[in-house]
Write a protein of this length. Structure first.
Lengths: 585, 241
């Protein structure tokens, strides 16, 4: 079946929904999602969304800008970061006007709390001197993402946005650098649909499921990354993978940084508050890359706690916070600890370990969410990307907590506005013949394949090798091992056999296609990580432990090259106001 | 331990009617129900079909009937269902069925069309008539607290599909939609209270709630939905007077 829409948005998380609200009356817009919109992964964000509102204490967007640049280990593009931090204040007020239910302070203003890496100068007259934590994260208990996705969806209902829930997008239709639509499988029927469009936005979220331990939903299979990578569009900075310090031990379920924002501390097996050693000024509120490395180091040096299954964890201690703060401000994560680990955070510390959390890299875009494929800013006409799948880059080598919810509403909106202009100025480009050929072939191959391999087995082996070799600490040798394994798994992927051969709601088939996406995404991560012979932000190479601005203050662009080794190019980092300096906390 | 899962199965392409299939598996008391379902799908029978996403009770995808009660498969451990001895072979099967009262699409996957239609009926968005201020609208912590519980709803449908009034009358709005109505009627920023009260003040609206409390028992987020509905009833009675 062929549909025609002026704008097609893939993904109904915060970025996709915010973009949809910008498509003007009189133009058609379809939002496709492989789940129901309110099930999107934005809903799992907990601790907050930051903006220098100054509701609790003096703050400025320029402090926020400095923190984000420094947090990115100077790899973030400063023009984009400036736009985001400046626009944050308007964006939060807008969400409030849309109806988002925030927690409030005594003055009736949006309540704010401290978060990792968010600081201000201790002495305002000495802006580059010592810095102290600042209350910048706007929140709704520890359900900020949940109420954000609800509010954006509600506003889409109000506007009558057309949704295609449980449509799994498999391909981007692009020819001569002009986007022409997407191909999707309607999960309920198994039917393949072509969506012919003037503009397409990918807001498809992350790839956490490339790794064994992750905070990401099962649907975080890197679909958007893999689809564009296969179509010859590069991916930017894929080596930068964020590991959140506090995942629930063994499960990886997120325990928000808000727990430390509210005063929680990390401890090792001797009860020592170890972050005092690694980040003497802001301690447990250091950025995530710093804390995750510290935790791995503690465990390596024998100060972790070993569980009955032989794996190690550390402790997140909230017991001194008291029932009032825990029950009012951190109710969800308290529930998680109780349900999944049988631990009551009021009385005992929570066992935690770093968990794969966020993709700093992704589809390269400019500050208007337009996809650009090289260092000259060459565009794919009509193609946009926003949210986690995109790399603007505002997060550089390490994202600060609360900047992801901000990223999606700022750049989702900017992309939506550009799409609105584009649909007015352009006609539908012709659809190529057999636009759905790749999808048809892939579906047929998987349904008819009679090999010996199980999807779940290959997926598990991929997740293990990536966790062991391309996570917090990396070496060239380890990454090469992962690359060899990915090659092997790709071969074996051609020999899979699935049990469900039907058409209707065939999740066996969907998972098989998702596995292909995981494999291609993992390839782009591993090769990018092998290539960058320095340590910066979340990318830490034990064989190259220093940041090397002389050779590596640049973005990676990785291009798929058939079955051969991918091609790597670069583009410069945009530096406007802050020159790279030593990054200490 | 050994546990048998007795799972409701129905494939619209091959089955004329649903049936139950038993799977005897090795499991750990600390496994979530979703973990054992994943185990069966991954290792034994890839045709088993169910929805899931976040795996920690916030996306609302995996509501199902587990040993006769609606709950999220990702938010309950086997040990909390009585399967707590790691060395035991349990005879009594763990029964997994789709949410009741909804059309079945396949196995544990149900059709949510009607659920979303009712959600949309109550105008689930803030309505304001006055011009917003330049900054945020003010709201006291107490007023914010009034809608905090209702804002927790994850739209999993565990409540609505557990409600006998929903089973007996398919036109009843149901607890989830009424809770959403509450969330806006009691939002100090909303300016459409009368319009909203009119929508629920119908025989198939709020008055179909007979305070059976099944919704409260079913809610995985522990929201006291019946209390919220009673506040709406009170508001309607006050309006009459």
């Amino acid at each position: 079946m062929i549909h025609q829409f002026d704008a097609v948005i893939v993904g109904a998380g915060g970025a996709g929904l915010r973009a949809a609200l910008e498509i003007p009356e009189g133009y058609t817009c379809a939002v496709l999602t492989k789940v129901y919109p309110t099930r999107s992964h934005t809903g799992t964000a907990q601790g907050g969304v930051c903006a220098a509102l100054g509701n609790e204490e003096e703050d400025s967007w320029e402090y926020h800008f400095f923190d984000t640049v420094k947090g990115s280990d100077f790899l973030g593009d400063q023009d984009a970061i400036e736009i985001m931090c400046y626009d944050a204040i308007r964006a939060i007020i807008e969400l409030e006007h849309m109806g988002m239910p925030f927690s409030r302070n005594e003055k009736g203003l949006i309540a704010q709390r401290p978060f990792g890496g968010h600081t201000k100068p201790k002495d305002p007259n000495n802006p580059f001197g010592e810095r102290v934590p600042v209350k910048r994260a706007c929140f709704s208990a520890d359900r900020t993402g949940h109420v954000m996705i609800q509010t954006l969806y509600e506003n889409c209902i109000k506007r009558g946005v057309k949704f295609f829930p449980e449509f799994f997008v498999t391909d981007l239709i692009v020819q001569d650098n002009v986007v022409r639509g997407v191909v999707a499988i309607e999960i309920a029927t198994g039917e393949i649909h072509i969506f012919h469009a003037k503009t397409v936005m990918f807001a498809t979220g992350g790839y956490g499921r490339v790794y064994r331990i992750t905070s990401n939903a099962v649907v975080g299979t890197g679909d958007g990354f893999a689809i564009v990578y296969r179509r010859g569009i590069p991916l930017e900075d894929m080596e930068f993978v964020q590991f959140h310090p506090t995942g629930l031990w063994r499960l990886g379920i997120l325990v928000s940084e808000a727990a430390r924002g509210e005063g929680g501390v990390l401890k090792n097996k001797f009860g020592e508050r170890f972050m005092e050693k690694y980040a003497p000024t802001i301690k447990d509120l250091a950025p995530r890359d710093v804390i995750s490395r510290a935790m791995y180091t503690e465990i390596r040096e024998g100060r972790g706690i070993q569980g009955p299954d032989g794996t190690y964890y550390l402790l997140l201690d909230l017991t001194h916070l008291g029932a009032e703060i825990i029950n009012k401000k951190l109710p969800e994560i308290t529930g998680f600890a109780r349900i999944y680990l049988g631990v009551d955070p009021l009385r005992e510390p929570i066992p935690v370990q770093p968990t794969t959390h966020y993709a700093m890299g992704g589809i390269p875009t400019n500050v208007d969410a337009e996809v650009v494929i090289d260092d000259k800013g060459t565009k794919i006409e009509g193609f946009y990307a926003a949210g986690e799948v995109a790399c603007v880059s505002v997060h550089g080598a390490n994202r600060l907590g609360t900047n992801s919810l901000l990223d999606i509403i700022v750049f989702g909106r900017r992309g939506g506005k550009k799409m609105a202009e584009y649909v007015k100025e352009h006609d539908f480009p012709p659809l190529p013949k057999d636009a759905d050929e790749w999808t048809r072939r892939t579906v047929e191959r998987i349904l008819n394949s009679n090999g010996k391999e199980r999807v779940s087995r290959i997926r598990k082996e991929l997740q293990e090798i990536m966790m062991d070799n391309v996570s917090v600490f990396r070496t060239g040798e380890g990454i090469k091992k992962a690359i060899e394994k990915i090659k092997e798994l790709k071969e074996r992927y051609l020999e899979i056999k699935i049990d469900d051969k039907g058409k209707k709601f065939n999740t066996d088939l969907i998972e098989a296609i998702e596995l292909g996406n995981l494999l291609d995404t993992a390839e782009s991560i591993a090769y990018s990580a092998l290539n960058r012979t320095e340590s910066r932000g979340a990318h830490y190479r034990e064989d190259y432990p220093k940041r090397d601005d002389q050779n590596w203050l640049k973005h990676t662009l990785i291009y798929k090259n058939g079955d051969k080794e991918p091609i790597i190019k670069y583009k410069p980092v945009v530096i406007t106001k802050i020159q790279p300096m030593e990054r200490k906390y | 331990m050994k546990v048998t899962l007795r799972i409701f199965r129905f494939n619209p392409e091959t089955d004329s009617k649903p049936y139950y299939k038993d799977y005897e598996i090795e499991a750990d008391p600390k496994d979530r129900v979703i973990d054992v379902l994943h185990y069966i799908k991954n290792e034994i029978d890839g045709t088993l079909t169910f929805r899931r996403s976040c795996l920690h009770g916030i996306c609302g995808s995996d509501g199902m009937r587990i040993n006769g009660k609606n709950m999220l498969a990702c938010s309950i451990l086997l040990q909390d269902l009585g399967y707590s001895d790691a060395n035991k072979t349990y005879k009594k099967p763990l029964v997994i069925e789709p949410l009741p009262g909804m059309p079945i699409i396949k196995d544990l996957v149900t059709d949510f069309t009607d659920f979303w239609k009712k959600y949309e009926t109550v105008k689930p968005y803030l309505i304001t008539k006055s011009q917003p201020p330049e900054r945020e609208r003010l709201q006291s912590p107490e007023d914010a607290e009034l809608i905090m519980e209702a804002s927790k709803c994850i739209l999993c449908a565990c409540c609505t599909t557990s409600c006998p009034s929903t089973w007996s009358n398919e036109d009843y709005l149901g607890p989830a939609a009424l809770l959403k109505a509450y969330r806006f009627i009691f939002d100090s920023r909303d300016e459409a209270t009368d319009e909203r009260l009119d929508i629920i003040d119908t025989p198939n609206g709020i008055w179909r709630c007979h305070t059976i409390f099944h919704c409260v028992q079913a809610c995985p987020k522990e929201i006291n939905i019946t209390w919220h509905i009673s506040q709406l009833k009170k508001k309607l009675v006050e309006r009459e007077i």
